[in-house]
Design a protein around this ligand. Structure first.
Ligand SMILES: Cc1cc2nc3c(=O)[nH]c(=O)nc-3n(C[C@H](O)[C@H](O)[C@H](O)COP(=O)(O)OP(=O)(O)OC[C@H]3O[C@@H](n4cnc5c(N)ncnc54)[C@H](O)[C@@H]3O)c2cc1C
Length: 483
């Protein structure tokens, strides 16, 4: 079998190696090269003093089945845990300095229930009226790209954009809603507008159809993780790989095409020849790697913007807090002028995250609108998070655990025009037989998308039909934020 080098040992690179090995069996001839000594990339779980802290992602969405399928295939089925369903209402919004429950039935931006919206004190009466007018708003131009902010403002009004849709949807991508592409981040809403003429009517229709569906068995929780932390997933993949085919502390510097093969040059001065190369590194790293091979490809990759974020996890003795933390946490609209974007009440959201007499809280800092805050040193980030929690939740207790994780240029931004840019990148990559790109920069940055991108690369290399093995995309509703 031809030889494949996989660059990057995050979940995308590990999934590529796993599926290559699975599809090609004993013939699988690959080498995975990771620049650090850690496998899993942004997935990193840290267990200490009875707490389980996630530095990067804390869960994955089950709407796309790739992660669930992989966990089950790896024997982790009994380790899967869903978010706590008894915490109600599950999400709050900070508005005028106070936490308001998210109205029940909100599906990211679209309300699916009228009464909770009418009763909510979060949205003003003119704002509610504007939301109600959504059913009369004509659909935008089919196939045109539009920013998230422009779409929400056009359909549901500025207040919903400011208080709910902006912080929620842009928060997922750590992005600026004025720059993020609707088509590349939440295409289902663009499709729904065209198909149903209204998001409110479209969501209600889908909700009814789902309620009437005859699917049996328990639906997996929308947010799912693993009992021992998400790191269990990369660890389980690594357990299946041949250690001889995984190189740690191997930083790839460049690629060149020589005599029908790729020469992969490493920072230590050595080089390796391969027939196929799968780059799973962030787009700007991949740009440096392919610079010599194809400067125009490098330029297109560099145009994918990344922003920095940080997470701060704080553990407290439960007896020292006065707020009940009954829910998954809260989001912070930019108009509140705070220094945090969101806060997850981790030990309420998932079990097994803190000792019984303690709670674990995680705060998000940075992103497109406040990158400089995320770049501060860890001690300053912890101090910032404590000050914000003191002012918002009244938490004055000294944390028994405090950890900050800085993620420099970590989140790719799918800005307006992203689809066209990816089509151009695909076109150029096709002119380099044996070169593949996978990872968070292209067709979805969530863990399931990254796994799917690795599987797709493995399918192409082994030339198996994609239809035979693609993970199924469940036809379910977008993420409900308050159910
Ligand atoms: C704070 C945060 C929270 C998130 N929360 C969630 C969540 O809850 N759910 C979710 O689904 N997604 C979440 N995401 C997104 C998700 O974690 C990432 O998109 C995904 O893990 C990216 O995986 P990857 O393998 O594509 O890239 P990475 O994890 O970045 O892996 C790339 C790897 O390449 C290596 N590398 C870099 N340069 C080189 C080189 N020159 N040579 C060799 N190796 C190199 C790196 O060391 C790294 O290991 C979150 C992201 C962040 C930052």
């Amino acid at each position: 079998m031809s030889k494949t080098v996989i660059i990057g040992g995050g979940i995308s690179g590990l999934a590529t190696a796993y599926y290559l090995q699975n599809f090609a069996g004993a013939d699988a001839n690959y080498l995975l090269l990771e620049s650090s000594s850690h496998l899993g990339g942004k997935i990193t779980s840290d267990a200490s003093d009875g707490f389980l802290v996630e530095g990067g992602p804390d869960s994955f969405l089950t709407q796309k089945s790739a992660t669930l399928d992989l966990c089950r295939a790896l024997g982790l089925g009994d380790q899967l845990i869903g978010s706590n369903q008894t915490a109600m209402p599950s999400t709050y919004v900070l508005s005028n300095g106070r936490l308001h429950p998210m109205p029940e039935g909100m599906m990211l931006m679209a309300p699916t229930m009228i009464l909770p919206i009418l009763r909510s004190r979060l949205i003003s009466w003119p704002g509610k009226l504007r939301m109600g007018m959504e059913i009369f708003v004509r659909p935008g131009e089919r196939d045109s790209d539009e920013s998230l902010a422009s779409f929400v403002r056009r359909r549901l009004g500025s207040e919903l954009l400011d208080k709910i849709a902006g912080p929620l949807m842009a928060g997922i991508h750590a992005g600026d809603p004025e720059r993020l592409s609707l088509r590349s981040t939440f295409p289902m809403f663009a499709d729904m507008e065209q198909a149903d003429g209204s998001l409110v009517l479209g969501m209600i229709k889908r909700k009814k159809a789902q309620a009437g569906s005859t699917t049996t068995g328990k639906r997996p929780s929308m947010f799912t993780t693993l009992t021992g932390g998400l790191q269990q997933l990369p660890d389980a993949i690594v357990g299946q790989l041949n250690p001889q085919q995984v190189g740690l502390n191997c930083r790839v510097q460049s690629l060149a095409f020589e005599g029908g093969q790729y020469r992969i040059s490493l920072a230590d001065g050595s080089s390796i020849l391969a027939d196929n190369v799968v780059c799973t590194t962030p787009a700007y790293v991949t740009a440096d790697i392919v610079q010599q091979l194809d400067p125009s490809l490098a330029e297109k990759l560099r145009a994918i913007r990344y922003v920095s974020t940080s997470t701060v996890s704080l553990g407290f003795r439960r007896s020292e807090l006065t707020c009940p933390l009954n829910g998954f946490g809260f989001i912070v609209p930019a108009s509140e002028g705070r220094r945090i974007n969101a806060c997850t009440w981790t030990s309420t959201k998932f079990s097994n995250r803190a000792p019984g007499d303690c709670v674990l809280i995680r705060v998000f800092v940075g992103g497109a609108l406040a990158e400089d805050l995320a770049e501060q040193d860890e001690a300053k980030l912890i101090e910032l998070a404590r000050q914000e929690l003191r002012e918002i939740l009244g938490i004055t207790a000294t944390p028994v655990l405090a950890k900050a994780y800085r993620w420099h240029k970590s989140n790719p931004q799918y800005e307006v025009g992203h689809r066209a840019r990816i089509a151009e990148i695909d076109h150029v990559v096709e002119s380099h037989p044996g070169l593949y790109l996978a990872g968070a920069a292209y067709r979805g940055s969530g863990i399931p998308d990254c796994i799917q991108s690795g599987m797709d690369a493995a399918l192409k290399i082994t030339q198996l039909p994609a239809t035979a093995l693609r993970s199924t995309e469940s036809k379910v509703l977008p993420v409900p934020v308050a159910s």
